[in-house]
Design a protein around this ligand. Structure first.
Ligand SMILES: C[S@@+](CC[C@H](N)C(=O)[O-])C[C@H]1O[C@@H](n2cnc3c(N)ncnc32)[C@H](O)[C@@H]1O
Length: 249
């Protein structure tokens, strides 16, 4: 692993200060990986996407640019200080189509049926309640929508993720991830074993099938726990394809 990547991981994992994280992130802009994310998620102008567990928002801007000014992006987190850092980063980058959402370990906080695309980058293995999060992701994703899950096999040398299921290290085997997501009703679209995030990282793209319900019955509450208003306050009657009206949140 490159020193920059190692440092970025350490900052993310250890929850180090926002200023250090920002300095590291500035030194490791997500060029190559960002392009691959746009490609595998088939991002297009006007879509609505979510960066679930966005951290400091390093890849939120990738999604925001991928959907263009006509599209929208939700950045979710369980830590308000990270959402604050996302807002700062978006403002600094002049990005105006990102909305931050505070979730928890049971739900993303995303509005039901909001999203065409979801990114989970190095987040799934942090879920303390994966089944609850699968239900919530299912509810947030539109039928036919895609989720890209980027993760790593369990790493023994990385810090323990408090609260997450024990998997023999920090991360999750791709087979376990795929089994989990299939059990929830998602289908595999593609698996990329050469993903450039970390040593041995992979990306699996899943689809919420268009024509059947989740095997986990996604009936739980997805009332947003803390959701900001869009920076440009779209009206409730807005009808742009792939957009969310203010009344949905
Ligand atoms: C390793 S960081 C990855 C951050 C970002 N996705 C990236 O790739 O730069 C994992 C993040 O997941 C967040 N997280 C953990 N559990 C979560 C959950 N249930 N919902 C949303 N975010 C969560 C953590 O707060 C942390 O910021």
């Amino acid at each position: 692993m490159s020193p920059i990547r190692w440092l970025a991981s350490l900052v993310c994992l250890a929850g180090a200060s926002a200023s250090l994280a920002t300095a590291v992130a500035a030194a490791s802009e997500p060029g190559v990986e960002g392009r691959r994310i746009v490609e595998v998620l088939r991002l297009a102008a006007g879509m609505v996407a979510a960066d679930v567990g966005a951290g400091e928002g390093r890849f939120t801007s990738v999604l925001a640019r991928g959907v263009g000014p006509e599209g929208r992006v939700y950045a979710t987190e369980i830590a308000q200080d990270k959402l604050d850092a996302v807002k700062e980063r978006m403002a600094a980058d002049g990005i105006e189509n990102v909305l931050t959402v505070l979730g928890d370990q049971q739900q993303t906080g995303l509005p039901r049926g909001c999203c065409d695309r979801v990114l989970l980058r190095l987040v799934y293995h942090h879920f303390a309640e994966p089944v609850a999060m699968q239900r919530s992701l299912w509810a947030a994703l539109r039928p036919g929508g895609l989720i890209a899950v980027i993760d790593v096999p369990p790493k023994k040398g990385w810090p323990v993720v408090t609260g997450a299921p024990e998997r023999g290290g920090h991360g999750i085997e791709v087979a376990e991830l795929v089994a989990d997501m299939r059990r929830a009703g998602f289908e595999v679209v593609a698996q990329h074993d050469d993903w450039p995030a970390e040593t041995d990282s992979y990306c699996v793209v899943f689809r919420r099938p268009a024509d059947r319900g989740s095997r986990l019955s996604a009936t739980g509450s997805d009332a947003p726990s803390a959701i900001d208003s869009w920076p440009d306050s779209p009206s409730a009657s807005e009808s742009r394809p792939g957009s969310l009206s203010a009344s949905d949140s």
